[in-house]
Design a protein around this ligand. Structure first.
Ligand code: PMP
Length: 352
């Protein structure tokens, strides 16, 4: 350990991102990226932005993008916040809304970054177990003495979604704290709580362009909420880094958000491939959790998940293995790729 480290840095337990190996070209089914190219309109908008205009700072308010998002969700632009990936939006929300001394409620199996932010801001996690079927149980989210609640819908890495009635139940059970609904994967088959934003002043919906919009490479995420919650995030952002995204990302993200037809097209393709992959893997004896996302969470009753992960990697296919953890230690999370990529996966698995 460096002697320059403070106790604070030494105590951090940072997130370990999924592998992004640069040694050779893998079939990448490990970090839930889209196998499809971004919208052609987004690519043209970004190419056009590569010009002398890059000598100027971007719009700190991201007005074009906020207007496009507000239009899509029938909200006002002051109900939209933009960040450098939804990870940054989550980080600011945790800092601003959950670091008040009380624990923060979230599921025991969910996106592992929440524990990292909690550690960073000294927030104690109040972990709420999933049931035996990996479901979030809304009744477990009442009578909590917490600073806030995070619900991942659909959840990751399980892939299961809650209906909006369950989200409303959790919102009503926790009217005095912010309920953050992380909808990173919502476009692949779940219902968005964005339609509830005007009804519930404690609701903050967080989404990303990294998955369904195929733009993980430009790092854009956003939050939707009542204008006061959004204003709070703006105050935090402007106390930290006033320019959340660069000119190229702003141009690409705006064009992508305006291209709803392309979004529908690639989500439908992913869903069709997902359902076929589920059938193919079930035929090989895998058990698969029902998925409303662009990934599937699988286990084989007779085979070791780590061994499968290593054998696939050897054959140039990357999937996500989480290590020997309780409950999910023999599971793998497999991102839905193209039909060809999934056929390559099935063919290797058949031989194992
Ligand atoms: N939320 C969940 C549930 C995720 O799985 C991810 C992606 N790892 C994110 C948020 C963050 O996505 P991004 O920062 O790319 O927007």
């Amino acid at each position: 350990m460096s002697r320059f480290w403070t106790d604070k840095i030494a105590s951090l337990d940072p997130y370990v991102p999924g592998e992004q190996p640069q040694d050779k070209k893998y079939i990448k089914l490990n970090t839930n990226e889209s196998p499809y190219a971004p919208s052609p309109k987004a690519l043209s908008a970004m190419a056009a932005e590569v010009s002398e205009s890059l000598r100027l700072y971007p719009d700190p308010n991201c007005a074009t993008l906020k207007n496009a998002l507000a239009k899509n969700y029938s909200l006002n632009a002051n109900q939209v916040f933009v960040g450098n990936g939804s990870d940054e939006v989550l980080a600011l929300a945790f800092m601003g809304y959950f670091a008040d001394g009380k624990p923060l409620a979230f599921a025991d199996i969910t996106y592992s970054f929440y524990k990292v932010y909690a550690g960073l801001y000294g927030i104690e996690p109040k972990l709420i177990p999933l049931n035996d079927n990996f479901d979030i149980v809304p009744a477990d989210y009442q009578n909590l003495d917490v600073s806030g609640v995070v619900v991942t819908n659909p959840n990751a890495p399980t892939g299961k979604a809650l209906p909006l009635t369950d989200i409303e139940y959790i919102l009503k059970a926790n009217p005095d704290v912010v309920v953050l609904v992380d909808e990173a994967y919502v476009d692949f088959g779940a219902q968005s709580a964005a339609s509830l934003v005007n009804q519930y002043p404690n609701l903050l919906v967080v989404q990303t362009l990294s998955k369904s919009r195929a733009l993980a490479g430009i790092r854009v995420g956003y939050a939707l909420g009542n204008s006061e919650l959004i204003e709070g995030l703006e105050r935090l952002k402007n106390s930290f880094n006033s320019y959340p995204i660069d000119r190229i990302a702003l141009a690409g993200a705006t064009a992508a958000v305006e291209d709803e037809t392309y979004l529908q097209e690639i989500c439908e393709k992913t869903i069709t491939t997902r359902e076929q992959s589920i059938k193919d893997l079930e035929a090989l004896g895998f058990h698969i959790v029902p998925s409303a996302t662009n990934f599937i969470f699988v286990t084989h009753p007779e085979k070791d998940a780590e061994a499968i992960y290593l054998a696939l990697k050897e054959k140039g296919i990357l999937v996500r293995y989480f290590g020997k953890k309780p409950r999910i230690g023999n599971h793998l999370r497999i991102t839905i790729g193209t039909d060809e990529e999934m056929a390559a996966l099935t063919s290797v698995l058949k031989k194992l």
